[in-house]
Design a protein around this ligand. Structure first.
Ligand code: NAP
Length: 286
């Protein structure tokens, strides 16, 4: 069996196994590949990579908090991962462990699918971690007009903005949450790329409330569990268009699936499996 994992700490919240296993089963690949979650502690990361290098494990999805700190342990980065400076996918090629990133493309495909154009738009990204980096770089390369990165730790937002400005033609504004009200006034799109709003961790919390959102905005949350986060509830109350994180999970996972198995991912099946679990979670709560 060819072994695949999603690794993180914690990792039990991840629904990547749901989408990958649904895809493997549908294509009849479940007797060739397995996909499980594995909690890997920081001190165990090196050993995990060694197992990928030897082929004992053929690849993995990488989640919090390892998207950046895993980089020095890898043999090579793809152009995307190198540019972004964060990795959400690792795989083995010619006995070398390669780091790649599919989060940015996952976000772009989600916005496209929702009919949201980013061309010439003013976008605010909340967060400066792995997901935020991937989204910020990808949007900068795809031609957003203005980008603002707002993060609790301002220094991280500034470092990210500086490298984006060096590598692309986009001007990036930065700040912490004190600046939020000002930048939100003329924003077209807000993307929450922080972990705030996650099920069981900070489920009823949001960094942006209804009073700061206007009705012609698009509000996207990368947090996908719960599907309707507190931020999206506030956005709906304000009459804004909302985009949840479930499609991004499916699209970034579909890109990984192609790398892991060499087969085109069955997107509809992956989405159906994910939404079933998310709906089941929300009905359990109610
Ligand atoms: P990460 O690298 O650990 O970054 C976490 C970010 O959240 C940082 O910017 C951090 O700010 C901020 N943050 C955490 N707690 C906060 C709080 N209480 N108040 C304000 N800011 C806070 O994590 P990540 O890998 O980017 O993942 C972030 C979220 O995106 C997770 O929920 C993950 O599941 C989700 N995600 C979803 C998809 C998808 O496909 N839908 C893909 C990737 C990630 P500081 O810098 O100040 O610590």
């Amino acid at each position: 069996m060819k072994k695949l994992y999603v690794i993180g700490d914690p990792v039990d919240y991840s629904l990547s196994p749901v989408i990958h296993n649904a895809a493997l089963k549908t294509l009849g690949l479940d007797n060739e590949f397995t996909y499980d979650q594995m909690k890997v502690r920081k001190e165990e990361l090196k050993e995990f990579i060694r197992k990928v290098r030897t082929g004992e494990i053929i690849g993995a999805s990488v989640t919090m908090p390892y998207k950046e700190i895993i980089i020095p342990l890898l043999d090579e980065l793809t152009t995307e991962a190198d540019l972004i400076g964060a990795v959400n996918t690792i795989y083995i090629k010619d006995s070398r462990v390669i780091g790649h990133n599919t989060d940015g493309i996952g976000c772009i495909k989600t916005l496209e699918e929702s009919g949201v154009s980013i061309n010439e738009k003013k976008v605010i990204i909340l967060g400066a971690g792995g997901a935020a980096k991937a989204i910020a770089y990808t949007l900068a390369l795809k031609g957003v007009k203005k980008l603002a990165i707002i993060n609790r730790t301002k220094k991280k937002a500034e470092t990210l903005a500086k490298t984006i400005e060096q590598k692309t033609n986009t001007i990036v504004y930065t700040g912490n949450f004190d600046l939020l009200e000002t930048v939100l006034k003329d924003a077209d799109i807000i993307i929450n790329a922080t972990s705030v709003g996650m099920r069981k961790i900070s489920e009823n919390q949001t960094l942006v409330t209804e009073d700061l959102i206007h009705s012609d905005m698009v509000v996207m949350d990368v947090v996908y569990n719960p599907r309707v986060t507190q931020l999206l509830k506030e956005a709906k109350k304000a009459g804004a268009k909302t985009v949840d994180g479930s499609s991004m999970l499916v699209y970034q996972g579909a890109e990984q699936f192609k790398i892991f198995t060499g087969r085109k991912a069955p997107i509809k099946i992956m989405r159906k499996a994910l939404l079933e679990v998310l709906d089941e979670n929300s009905s359990k709560k109610n």
